[in-house]
Ligand binder design. Structure first.
Ligand code: ZN
Length: 312
């Protein structure tokens, strides 16, 4: 208690200062001194003791300050409410990021390890056209399943498919083959540079319904397609057998300045009941690919495990 007495006096006096004076310059300086004090104390812990450069401090301060100030100026709410809301915003956003980063984080270090030397991790990979025992689908490409169904890359988002990173590494564009996972009818919409979708009239696991398989990122950053010439834009309902080569892995993202890492994004899309595929961008319109591939690729169940065929 003794140790805190001086702090109590100083902060108590600062808290009461606005009652004693209305001088804007004095109050401004007081607020700044306390803020810099708090910032440097936090920096001392992060930079001084832990040796970490922290860019989060300014974001943390800014978030609280902007939330409080905007509530007061735009919506004319009491500064007390603004103060509480600012603190809540500053506290909650990092929590949201932390929670979401924890969901993906078990897979990120291993993906980096794989990409740094794909050849050293042959046992982490699946092979195009191979079948895990008892599974209806073939593996759609060669490589390491780096992200799975249900992974979250940011708050409020869940990954609708699986991302398979080819053994040729991030620069081996157009070298890793992609094949049809199951017999079906291939469609490539006229505007699709890197993607195709296959219609499967009978879901092998639930024969009463129709499902679709979607394959994308098969182009370079500028959109030069790696899809087989047999399937030009505008192809509709062309029958292909399981194992037929569709194209090659690429890194197309629709934004040439920011391509994805080279991989195949593969997903199973549900039908709208009218013979059309649903919007693939929403995970609720997709199916867990695990039972189709015979590999655990459900983020919740996989945890930090390796997504490969179970040992026989
Ligand atoms: Zn993906």
């Amino acid at each position: 208690m003794r140790r805190h007495a001086a702090a109590l006096v100083v902060f108590g006096a600062a808290a009461l200062a606005p009652l004693a004076t209305r001088d804007a310059y004095f109050l401004d300086s007081l607020v700044l001194i306390l803020m810099w004090g708090a910032l440097s104390a936090a920096w001392n812990v992060a930079g001084g003791y832990a040796g970490q450069v922290s860019l989060g401090h300014s974001a943390f301060f800014g978030l609280g300050a902007y939330a409080a100030a905007l509530l007061a100026t735009r919506w004319e709410l009491s500064p007390w409410i603004g103060l509480a809301a600012g603190m809540a915003a500053a506290a909650l956003l990092p929590v949201a990021f932390f929670v979401s980063s924890r969901i993906v984080s078990p897979r990120l270090p291993r993906l980096r390890q794989f990409l740094s030397n794909p050849g050293a991790h042959a046992d982490w990979q699946i092979g195009a056209g191979e079948r895990c025992r008892g599974a209806p689908f073939l593996q759609p490409t060669d490589g390491y399943i780096g992200f799975v169904w249900g992974d979250s890359f940011r708050p409020g988002y869940a990954h609708q498919g699986i991302d398979i990173f080819g053994p040729t590494g991030p620069d081996g564009l157009g070298q890793t083959p992609v094949v049809a996972a199951y017999d079906g009818y291939l469609t490539r919409l006229p505007e699709w540079r890197s993607a195709v979708i296959l219609r499967h009239p009978r879901d092998p696991l639930q024969p009463g319904r129709q499902i679709w398989t979607y394959y994308t990122h098969m182009a370079d950053p500028e959109g030069r397609s790696f899809i087989e010439p047999a399937f030009p834009p505008g192809t509709t309902e062309k029958f292909v057998r399981a194992g037929t080569q569709i194209g090659y892995q690429g890194n197309y993202s629709a934004d040439p300045s920011s391509p994805t890492g080279m991989h195949l994004h593969f997903s199973i899309v549900s039908d709208d009941g009218q013979g059309r595929f649903r919007n693939e961008l929403e995970i609720r319109n997709t199916l867990d690919p695990s039972p189709y591939l015979g590999i655990e690729v459900n983020a919740d169940r996989l945890g930090d495990g390796l997504a490969v065929c179970p040992r026989e």
